[in-house]
Design a protein around this ligand. Sequence first.
Ligand SMILES: NC(=O)c1ccc[n+]([C@@H]2O[C@H](COP(=O)([O-])OP(=O)(O)OC[C@H]3O[C@@H](n4cnc5c(N)ncnc54)[C@H](O)[C@@H]3O)[C@@H](O)[C@H]2O)c1
Length: 111
Amino acid sequence: MSKFPMAQGLKVAAVTGAGSGIGEAAAMKLAKDGFHVAVIDILSDKVSAVARAIEAIGGQALALVADVRQADSVDRAFEAIENWRKCPDVLVNSAGIIVRGQLTTPLLSER
Ligand SMILES: NC(=O)c1ccc[n+]([C@@H]2O[C@H](COP(=O)([O-])OP(=O)(O)OC[C@H]3O[C@@H](n4cnc5c(N)ncnc54)[C@H](O)[C@@H]3O)[C@@H](O)[C@H]2O)c1
């Protein structure tokens, strides 16, 4: 339940990997659709840039640096979102890396 009485009807989205690519596109689209968007990425300069881009089109954004590999980092980010607005209605989980190679290419952890 939101702490903000005015939050009734408010739509909140959280997007991980929002600093670029699919996550950035999803964050911008959700902002254009009226969502207040938590822009989450491991790279601080990228979250700031995307949050500014959302605000530049009249949207509402919260820039959060978090590493989705770390549970406590994710917990802190979602606590910050609930303190900012409320529990997100939508989650886009786009954080990740692309490793190009053959099936026989060693995994990152094996290199
Ligand atoms: N683009 C494609 O064709 C494609 C195809 C299949 C799967 N995917 C997957 O979709 C996801 C997004 O792809 P994309 O093309 O938008 O990639 P992208 O590299 O443009 O964006 C990924 C974002 O995730 C962030 N990120 C990486 N590790 C993170 C971490 N530990 N915590 C928080 N943020 C982190 C990066 O900083 C980056 O901003 C990736 O997981 C990718 O593997 C993409």
